[in-house]
Write a protein that binds this ligand. Structure first.
Ligand SMILES: Cc1cc2nc3c(=O)[nH]c(=O)nc-3n(C[C@H](O)[C@H](O)[C@H](O)COP(=O)(O)O)c2cc1C
Length: 364
């Protein structure tokens, strides 16, 4: 029998690892120990997280980088094949694939996703992104459309029907006109693997409310989190659904608060890859709506440190306090990034996870 998907497991607050498939992870720094995202690095980090009982590995979907001296995030592994490779090297952890709706045909996605679900024994997850970066889309000869969430509705509907239907079917929509569709095997998870939509704005929230199990989203301050969670819960309730919310943080966890803050200053201020940070912030501000305004005006260090996500910086105790506060806002879990995942995950797992167990948030 299929084991429950890790995101459906007993821990009250789920933990995952974000963006380790990409150069730098989420950081834009010239620090020599920065993450290179080579395959062995990915393998080692995945095994550490898996053995420690973390719930999920979540890759970023990137096709080109943001320049600077490090060519930040230019190097990134494609997420279906990355997940397939890691599925054979891990035992319990969920393997997400992050997929750009306009750049990947739904039948290609359906088959690749089902393949990873079979390889992993039902641990696959789909993180749907509509994308925002015009330079990235231009590489595919495309522009970022106005109606990508409408396209995404058709996209996920085709995947779900392809898994469900025993007979070939036709699909006629605004974006896809398909004849005699079949896709075997279906995913092991029924009716489809666990899904998230990574978004911040209203159309993305509505899409998650209607079609996904979770929204994957950001906040600027922990205290503002509840408003986001209530907002998405309201949108889901309107269509008779229940949708959880995950967030994303960058982590510097050290024995002392001073050590953690010093290191955060070092890699994300003194050694920030300023050219890449400028380019990323400029592009994100102009084209993506993935953060609220404050993220751009007040938090340059957060962009260098972790793509504008919330910083968890301090001792294991401080980080557990922050995670508890995030959970209390209503979040189901958090995806975490580190400057160097293999150097930093062991300390995080050894010191933070037991404190979370003591606090009753996790059984493992
Ligand atoms: C937490 C989070 C993770 C995201 N991950 C990716 C990604 O991996 N690749 C990508 O191109 N866009 C990513 N996005 C951007 C979304 O695809 C989307 O373009 C952006 O959030 C703007 O649209 P929205 O208003 O629907 O949020 C992410 C957004 C959020 C909030």
């Amino acid at each position: 029998m299929l084991k429950p998907h890790p995101l459906k497991g007993p821990n009250k607050f789920k933990l995952g690892v974000f963006s380790m498939n990409a150069d730098g992870g989420l950081a834009m720094t010239t620090a020599p120990e920065r993450w290179r995202a080579r395959w062995d690095d990915n393998l080692n980090a995945a095994r550490i997280a898996d053995r420690a009982g973390m719930e999920f590995l979540l890759p970023i979907a990137r096709w080109r980088g943001f320049g600077g001296v490090t060519h930040a995030r230019e190097w990134s592994f494609e997420t279906f094949t990355w997940a397939a490779g890691l599925a054979t090297a891990t035992e319990n952890i969920a393997l997400f694939m992050t997929v750009h709706v306009p750049l990947v045909h739904p039948l290609q996605a359906a088959k690749a996703l089902a393949t990873v679900d079979h390889i992993s024994g039902g641990r696959a997850g789909l993180n749907i992104v509509c994308g925002w970066n015009p330079d990235e889309f231009a590489m595919f000869g495309q522009t970022v459309g106005e109606r990508t969430y409408d396209q995404a509705e058709e996209w996920i509907t085709i995947i779900e029907r392809a898994y469900k239907s025993r007979e070939p079917f036709d699909f006629a929509g605004d974006f896809y006109d398909l004849k005699g569709v079949v896709s075997r095997p279906a995913s092991l998870q029924a009716p489809r693997p666990v899904t998230m939509n990574a978004a911040f704005g209203a159309p993305g929230r509505n899409y998650a409310a209607r079609h996904c199990d979770y929204l994957f989203s950001t906040f600027s301050e922990i205290s503002e989190g509840r408003a986001h969670v209530v907002d998405i819960a309201g949108r889901a309730a309107e269509v008779g659904r229940d949708v959880g919310v995950y967030t994303v943080c960058h982590v510097v966890c050290r024995e002392t608060q001073q050590e953690a803050e010093d290191y955060y200053r070092r890699y994300a201020l003194e050694l920030a890859d300023q050219g890449a940070v400028d380019e990323h912030m400029k592009k994100k501000k102009e084209f993506a709506h993935s953060h609220d305004e404050k993220a751009f005006t007040e938090y340059r260090q957060r962009f260098a440190g972790g793509a504008g996500t919330y910083p968890l910086v301090g001792t294991p105790e401080k980080i557990v306090d922050d995670l508890i506060r995030i959970m209390e806002q209503g979040y189901a879990g958090a995806a975490l990034s580190f400057v160097n995942y293999t150097y930093e995950l062991p300390f995080f797992c050894d010191r933070v996870l037991p404190l979370m167990r003591q606090a009753g948030l996790r059984m493992n």
